[in-house]
Design a protein. Structure first.
Length: 238
């Protein structure tokens, strides 16, 4: 699975559950604000955690953890993902997949053959700006993400739709356009995430003005069913 990171306990990555989170290397997007650039460009720079080591850890957490978050990078790029999820489920844990939604058919197959309990889908930009923001030649990446979101809603899979917001990339008008696009597929709650300063793909964003918490909360209030997640992972506006 190319596991390059493990958070042994988290209360924020799997809403309502006590979980651990694994991070896999490799991604097909190049979002400027990504705060895991090493997993995108050079996953081999991070220590490799073998599947045996992970499953040995998980066996000791029976009765203590509810589930496992599989994040990245982009997990669906990993060929062993299906067998990995099946083994986690076999051990009695719930599974949440974090994905950019760029390969809907792989998510559909994963749920059909293993059963996903939750999804975290990053909806990056309004459809007309999507390819520019994710820096990908993939056709229709925004429409693909919407397919995954609608699939989750239609199949009663718990889904968190979230968007990282930087003023240089997304104006308030863009966020209103995104709200309308999410409305069209039936999304109720949408989460705006604060831009995380630190090691990112596009360092120029660190020098540009972005929204502070109060500004982002104000935007959320002008939308509907939209909340804000702060830098510590907690919801600071509902």
């Amino acid at each position: 699975m190319n596991i390059r990171g493990l958070v042994k306990f988290t209360l924020v990555d799997f809403p309502g559950k006590m979980a651990c989170a694994v991070f896999v290397g490799g991604c097909n997007f190049r979002c400027g604000y990504c705060h895991n650039p090493c997993l995108v460009f050079d996953p081999e720079s991070q220590p490799l955690i073998s599947e045996k080591t992970f499953f040995d850890f998980l066996a000791k957490r029976r009765g203590k953890l509810d589930g496992v978050v599989i994040s990245g990078g982009e997990p669906v790029l990993r060929q062993p993902l299906l067998s990995f999820v099946r083994e986690i489920k076999k051990m009695g844990f719930l599974v949440k997949l974090d994905t950019n939604g760029s390969f809907p058919e792989k998510v559909f197959e994963l749920h059909d053959k293993a059963g996903l309990d939750a999804l975290g889908v990053d909806y990056k930009a309004p459809l007309d700006k999507y390819r520019e923001l994710v820096r990908s030649d993939l056709p229709d990446p925004g429409e693909r993400a919407l397919q995954v979101i609608k699939f989750a809603l239609d199949n009663n899979i718990s889904v968190e739709v979230r968007t990282t917001v930087h003023k240089a990339l997304l104006a308030e008008a863009d966020l209103h356009a995104m709200r309308r696009e999410l409305d069209a597929v039936g999304v109720k709650t949408w989460t705006l995430q604060q831009f995380h300063r630190g090691e990112i793909i596009d360092d120029s964003l660190l020098e540009k003005d972005t929204y502070n918490d109060l500004e982002l909360i104000g935007i959320a209030h002008r939308l509907h069913d939209t909340r804000v997640r702060g830098l510590l992972g907690n919801i600071i506006s509902k």
